[in-house]
Design a protein around this ligand. Structure first.
Ligand code: SAM
Length: 196
């Protein structure tokens, strides 16, 4: 389904970064792992700010567009095609992990998120934005499966070893290509990995 969507010549989520990420990028620490990077808009933005970015996604078509976008902006990003249901990020390696609209079923999240915690160095930053459960009946974007939508309670439960820097649910205008358009309900989270 994602390869088909990304076969479009256009960048279907646009080429500009997610605005929450752009506003908060100064908090990020090198190197950065981007989960479900898609067509590269977020990784390329971070690379233009001097960060080293490793973008992973299940779609080789999306990641080919990501590398083309990086080339057009004169930056480099590392990309790997992975299934997040099986992905094993290097432990204690990253300064930050970003997850923008990386909507996953709880069966995948329950395996992946502890590995996300482990792949961060102590004090590392996790930045996440996802559609919230309140988005379910809106037609401005996001999955139609409530299990894939987030809430503040799910964030607290699924990332227990992070100190919240930002944790909020809000309604905001989102204009990201042709699939994320209009007033949307989202959860935003920035967490700092606790030092044990
Ligand atoms: C809504 S798009 C968001 C893309 C990008 N983060 C952005 O903000 O532009 C969701 C992405 O999740 C990826 N994805 C979904 N399930 C996945 C899985 N199990 N493994 C790897 N990637 C997956 C898709 O390929 C797609 O690129």
């Amino acid at each position: 389904m994602w390869n088909e969507r990304y076969a479009d010549k256009e960048y279907v989520y646009g080429t500009e970064p997610n605005t929450f990420l752009a506003e908060q990028a100064s908090l990020l620490i090198n190197p950065v792992l981007s989960l479900a990077e898609g067509e590269g808009r977020n990784a390329v933005f971070l690379a233009t700010r001097g960060l080293t970015v490793h973008g992973v996604d299940g779609s080789e078509v999306g990641l080919a567009k990501a590398r083309a976008l990086a080339k057009s902006r004169g930056v480099e990003i590392q990309t790997d095609v992975v299934d997040l249901a099986l992905f094993e990020p290097a432990a204690n390696h990253y300064g930050s992990v970003i997850s923008i609209s990386a909507h996953l079923p709880s069966a995948i999240r329950s395996r992946l998120y502890p590995l996300v915690e482990q792949c961060l160095k102590p004090g590392g930053i996790l930045l996440l934005e996802a559609y919230s459960e309140a988005q379910l009946n809106r037609d401005t974007g996001g999955p139609k499966d409530p299990d894939m939508l987030m809430s503040m309670a799910k964030i607290k439960h699924e990332f227990p070893n992070f100190e919240p820097v930002v944790l909020r649910e809000l309604e905001r205008e989102m204009h990201e290509g042709k699939y994320h358009n209009g007033l949307a309900c989202v959860v935003q989270f920035i967490g700092k990995k606790k030092t044990k």
